[in-house]
Design a protein. Sequence first.
Length: 81
Amino acid sequence: MDIFSILMFVAVGLAAAHVAHKTGEGEFALLPALVLGLTGALAGGIGASAAGMNFYVLLGPMVVATGCAAVCLMTWRQLQA
């Protein structure tokens, strides 16, 4: 795995955290959203790459990273309720 892939996973995690923070209706502080988004995106992207989901070079891991970041953020929101 190259540094470009990791930077793309970080970008996906930051984007997911930003969307969750802005649309969370006051439920998400910025720091927990950033931590959860980055954690989910990195875990999902690296896991997908390790599992061999490399269709269209980086599209597979990016889709999985986005989904994992969203799942982490939604799970945190449900646990806080």
